[in-house]
Design a protein around this ligand. Structure first.
Ligand code: ADP
Ligand code: MG
Length: 594
């Protein structure tokens, strides 16, 4: 056979390998994600080409990935039946760095080194094929492209600046098509060659790769085997006893053997046609993926095409796992981001959803993002901005769907769990006020037991009524007994009771709904449109001196004492200044500073 040829790595590759081998230790297990994603890419390429050239499939019809482990020797082999590589492609693919992602990675490494941190850069960026050297002393790649009739072996070692390529001559090692990677693990990393460990990693990182991934696993089947009878006993015994004996003389043994085991789900549920997926399947997937016990309140499965292509399934949980503080700082891991079906991270919720919607769970699978996508890339990406917009819109549609559900209890449950999040949204997300406002719910003077929507309020407005009235208080009962309410009740005007501390701020941010302003009935300039100037003048003259006297007695404690027509049975009321805090806000601010 022709001798092996020696090649030097491109300088960047040497630098990268050096980094990988000598300084990046955290999160080594991502090597498997990278190698599986390469195998999956190679299968994708072949699948794509075979659409127009079915001959390509003739040598091996099955498109799959097989991972075998030899735990005694610390060896992992990963075989795919994908497109393979020619000699030149080996040099180009495994000796040089073509993609800009890796260059970014090198830059980030330098920056983090300067800053003295190692913040899991490999996990964030992925360094492709070279991540094999995170765990291996030596890597051998044997590959056969359908474009060539020869199979080639690439061989590289950690800490060596060159690699070799030779032709495969051992007939035992020939493969019909595709690539076989053999990893000779470092002494400390031989644990990765444990079949169960590999199985777990495959499940974790590549459960939804669309090609089957098999791992080599030991199995057992239980068999009944006959144990030899004693011939003398058998002769003497009558028929019944013989049967009895026979039963006694069999025993169960477990036969052990090794076989391929399918380790991933080949058809991700989000790739299926929504019309063909049942609610039960969506719920199962939800519970399995997010370790939930109860079914979600709602789900939404959609595909977007055109400018940006992605698929997603979103869920609204039925229970809230979060405490109050978590609305401000959610560490949720609720959105699993996939790129071309390869799991990337569940750490990017913040890039894909505003934090007040952080309770939404789901998967997002993009075809337009690079596999080595990082938070930085996501934050800068125009694609992600479009995705985010669409995701948020879908989330609102889903919530609106719950609010219109026949089962009224569903929205009550939702509101109880996540109503506060939406109120946060009113404060943080001006752009979506139109979507948020119809989802809000409040008690009111005409509905003290059941919350109403703003639409219901507006429908119930008097013909001459221009504003939406509210009072902020700490409970329905104290709102009901507030003297401010008297005149409005008398006029049969409905008043919203804002009893959650955040309500008032949320409403103030909304300012109006359907062109009707929100008006705090406890503020001094409340105008119910029934001013009688003549009567007011008379009253002022009559009680002017009394007011002066009261102001004198109270001094600094009040800003002023005025005649007003806002009460009907109470003699007086304390109101807030037009530009000051409401009594409720004042109470809240006091509570905050304690
Ligand atoms: P990337 O996958 O981002 O291109 P990698 O470093 O992971 O970068 O891989 C480099 C190149 O090596 C790939 O682009 C591909 O051409 C080739 N390659 C790697 N693994 C395989 C494989 N299993 N089958 C065919 N080609 C492969
Ligand atoms: Mg890759």
């Amino acid at each position: 056979p022709p001798p092996a040829e020696k090649y030097e790595y491109q300088a960047e590759v040497s630098r990268l390998m050096d980094l990988i081998v000598n300084s990046l230790y955290s999160n080594k297990e991502v090597f498997l994600r990278e190698l599986i994603s390469n195998a999956s890419d190679a299968l994708d390429k072949l699948r794509y080409l075979s659409v127009t050239d079915p001959q390509l499939l003739k040598d091996a019809v099955d498109l799959d990935i097989r991972i075998q482990t030899d735990k005694d020797n610390g060896i992992i082999t990963i075989t795919d039946s994908g497109i393979g590589m020619t000699r030149q492609e080996l040099v180009d693919g495994l000796g040089t760095i073509a993609q800009s992602g890796t260059a970014k990675f090198l830059k980030a490494v330098k920056e983090s080194k300067d800053a003295g941190t190692d913040n899991n850069l490999i996990g964030q960026f992925g360094v492709g094929f070279y991540s094999a050297f995170l765990v291996s002393d030596k890597v051998v790649v044997s590959t056969k492209s359908p474009k060539s009739d020869r199979q080639y072996i690439w061989e590289g070692e950690a800490n060596v600046s060159s690699y070799t390529i030779r032709e495969e001559t051992n007939p035992e090692n020939l493969i019909p098509r595709g690539t076989r990677l053999t990893l000779y693990l470092k002494r400390d990393d031989k644990g990765f060659a444990h079949p169960e460990r590999i199985q777990k990693l495959v499940k974790n990182y590549s459960q939804f790769v669309s090609f089957p991934i098999y791992t080599w696993q030991e199995k057992g089947i239980t068999k009944e085997v006959e144990v030899d009878e004693d011939p003398v006993e058998a002769k003497e015994a009558d028929q019944d006893e013989k049967i009895e004996k026979k039963k006694k003389n069999t025993k169960k043994v477990v036969e052990r053997f090794w076989d391929w085991e399918l380790t991933n789900e080949t058809q991700p549920i989000w790739l299926r046609n929504p019309k063909e997926v049942t609610t039960e399947e969506y719920n199962e997937f939800y519970k399995k993926t997010f370790n939930e016990y109860s079914d979600p309140l709602a789900s939404s499965h959609f595909t977007t095409e055109g400018e940006v292509e992605f698929r997603s399934i979103l869920y609204v949980p039925a229970v809230s796992p979060m405490g109050k503080d978590d609305i401000i700082n959610p560490k949720t891991k609720n959105i699993r981001l996939y790129v071309k079906r390869v799991f990337i991270s569940d750490d990017f919720d913040g890039e894909l959803f505003p934090r007040y919607l952080s309770f939404v769970k789901g998967v997002v699978d993009s075809n337009d993002l690079p596999l080595n996508v990082s938070r930085e890339i996501l934050q800068e990406s125009r694609i992600v901005r479009i995705m985010r917009k669409r995701l948020v819109r879908k989330a609102f549609d889903m919530i609106l769907g719950i609010s219109m559900s026949e089962n009224k209890g569903d929205y009550e449950t939702f509101w109880e769990n996540f109503g506060r999040h939406l109120k946060m949204g009113c404060i943080e997300d001006r752009e979506n006020h139109k979507r948020l406002a119809p989802l809000l719910r409040f008690f009111s003077s005409q509905s003290e037991d059941e919350m109403i929507s703003l639409d219901e309020y507006v429908e119930n407005m008097k013909p001459e009524q221009k504003d939406i009235y509210y009072i902020a208080s700490d409970s329905v009962s104290s709102a009901r007994n507030a003297p401010f309410l008297e005149r409005l009740l008398e006029k049969d005007l409905e008043v919203l009771y804002l009893v959650d501390p955040i309500d008032e701020v949320a409403i103030q941010n909304l300012k109006s709904y359907k062109e009707k302003n929100f008006v705090d009935i406890s503020k001094e300039d409340l105008d119910l449109g029934d001013k009688n100037e003549e009567k007011e003048k008379v009253t002022k003259e009559e009680f002017g001196k009394t007011c002066d006297w009261i102001k004198k007695r109270l001094g600094e404690k009040v800003a002023g004492v005025q005649i007003s027509n806002r009460l009907s049975s109470s003699p007086c009321v304390l109101v807030s200044g037009k530009f000051g805090w409401s009594a409720n806000m004042e109470r809240l601010m006091k509570a905050q500073t304690v």
